[in-house]
Design a protein around this ligand. Structure first.
Ligand SMILES: Nc1ncnc2c1ncn2[C@@H]1O[C@H](COP(=O)(O)OP(=O)(O)O)[C@@H](O)[C@H]1O
Ligand SMILES: [Mg+2]
Length: 481
């Protein structure tokens, strides 16, 4: 490639409050090139991309050092608006859509096509009326570029999570000046088929000369679509290789710095299930969950069993836990341990010691401004009076800080949550580590029935096997009781 690179990042360094998270990062990207950026949770991928995108959080935490050049010119974006104007687009790991707006409205947010009306000629731009037909065409165009079937008129709040992700990508694609697109774990929430469609649209973008930085934990996707793979570990770039010359196994080794054994094939465990009784019985369950409607579902789960529910986005698999836990209107008959479960009553579910790790970790998962200690212990404290010191025969209860710290440290260790201390705020953790905190919170309840929705969404191979192992351990412990 004789042409000057589209993007050069040189010697980028960044610390958060003295904690060095990026050291001497160099990254070069040409027009139409697709780079896969990989690394374990907390390696620094999102931070590097936020620097490139001029994110507020970077400036608010003391900025960065090093140089960024676009088409050989030094840039220093003061905000994402500057980055967008320079042709950089970013799809975030967590959604940034407005739930009450339709897909079209979100795609064209702040850039709505306006029609000159008589009033606007008199009173200026504010009176321009929205040109709906033109907005529709633009939104349709960018949705078509992705080759997926999403309803441009549907409100975001009613959409399954995979479709929301596509809406975000469509928003970036609809910008005419787009030269470089950053995709931070876009496929984490997609089904296989949707992910395949996304890969296809990445190829299309590259053909049109758009450069793409693609972050994902699905390493096969990296090999399928990228020109080169850049691997980060603990804030360093540890390897850069052409995608053609490497393999999933090799990348995994660079990521974790050691061999990771085996894929996710089911481990053979002695089937004690046969003599275990049915503990949960679901009959004719219906759930009214937007985009995830459930009808007439019958399921039996035995004691100590882990039951997997699969399916495409929008087919109702998320509706089942949301319905049983009382978060969405539901009907039918659910019995647990011989007792009928009171549907539409979330408090009762908690009292019966059911727990739920939702797929929506930002929405209902975490208290982002609170510490890990508080996040992990709060539900158990509220629901089960755990981690409280009782005085005067229980008349006075006081937080047991030592017990709270102990349980938090236990899960930090068990799930290898990357953090500075148990007092760190949840929002300061990387996405995958936040996901682990959500699980720890549920484990701390020692639930009798645990629903986990997409527990390994957006976490890396190393963490994935940890989380799955933790799930197995927690059920096995119960089976032995
Ligand atoms: N706003 C923040 N304040 C303090 N630390 C942060 C903040 N954002 C990220 N970090 C830390 O920076 C490191 C890199 O995180 P991140 O870039 O999100 O990793 P990745 O995207 O590779 O999983 C992590 O240790 C994380 O805890
Ligand atoms: Mg990240």
């Amino acid at each position: 490639m004789g042409k000057a690179p589209l993007l050069e990042m040189k010697n980028i360094k960044k610390d958060f409050f003295g904690n060095q998270v990026l050291t001497d990062i160099n990254l070069t990207l040409h027009e139409g090139e697709v780079v896969g950026l990989v690394g374990e949770n907390g390696a620094g991928k999102s931070t590097l991309m936020k620097i490139l995108f001029g994110a507020d959080v970077i400036r608010e935490t003391g900025g960065y050092s090093g140089d960024i050049l676009i088409n050989s010119e030094k840039v220093d974006f003061q905000s994402p608006f500057d980055a967008i104007a320079a042709g950089v687009g970013m799809v975030h790991q967590e959604f940034s859509l407005i739930p009450g707006f339709t897909a079209t409205e979100n795609i064209l947010l702040n850039r709505e096509s306006k029609k000159k009306s008589v009033l606007s000629q008199l009173f200026g731009e504010r009176m321009d009326t929205l040109d709906r037909p033109q907005m529709d065409t633009k939104a349709e165009d960018s949705i078509r570029k992705m080759n997926v079937d999403i309803d441009k008129d549907m409100r975001i709040s009613k959409m399954p999570v995979g479709h929301r992700q596509f809406t975000e990508i469509a928003r970036e694609l609809s910008k005419d000046q787009l030269k470089l697109l950053i995709l931070d774990e876009p496929t984490a929430v997609l089904t296989e088929k949707e992910a395949e469609a996304l890969l296809e649209s990445i190829r299309g973008m590259a053909k049109r000369g758009i450069a793409v930085i693609f972050i994902t934990h699905r390493l096969n996707e990296i090999l399928a679509v990228c020109d080169k793979v850049v691997t980060m570990r603990d804030g360093y770039v540890v390897n850069e290789s052409p995608a053609k010359e490497t393999s999933v196994k090799e990348i995994t080794r660079w990521m974790v710095g050691r061999e990771v054994s085996g894929g996710s094939a089911a481990e053979k465990i002695e089937d004690k299930g046969a003599d275990k009784r049915t503990i949960l019985s679901i009959k004719k369950l219906w759930v009214d969950m937007p985009g995830e409607t459930v009808r007439n579902v019958n399921l039996d789960v035995r004691e100590g069993e882990i039951l997997g529910i699969g399916g495409l986005a929008g087919q109702g698999k998320l509706g089942i836990p949301n319905g049983i836990m009382g978060l969405c209107q539901a009907g039918g008959q659910v019995t647990f341990d011989g007792q009928e479960v009171d549907l539409n009553n979330p408090r009762k579910c908690l009292d019966s010691n059911f727990a739920f790790v939702s797929e929506d970790r930002r929405g209902v998962g975490l208290l982002l401004d609170e510490s890990l200690e508080w996040n992990i212990s709060f539900p158990a404290m509220q629901v089960q009076d755990k981690f409280l010191k009782k005085y005067f025969g229980g008349l006075i209860k006081w937080r047991d800080d030592a017990a709270i710290k102990e349980v938090t440290d236990k899960y930090i260790d068990e799930l290898k949550i990357k953090c500075r201390s148990s007092k760190q705020k949840a929002k300061e953790l990387s996405g995958g580590n936040q996901q682990k905190v959500c699980l720890a919170k549920a484990f701390a309840l020692e639930p009798k029935l645990l629903f986990v929705s997409e527990p390994t969404r957006g976490i890396d191979v190393g963490a994935k096997s940890l989380v799955l192992q933790a799930l197995k351990n927690s059920t096995r412990k119960r089976m032995l009781q």
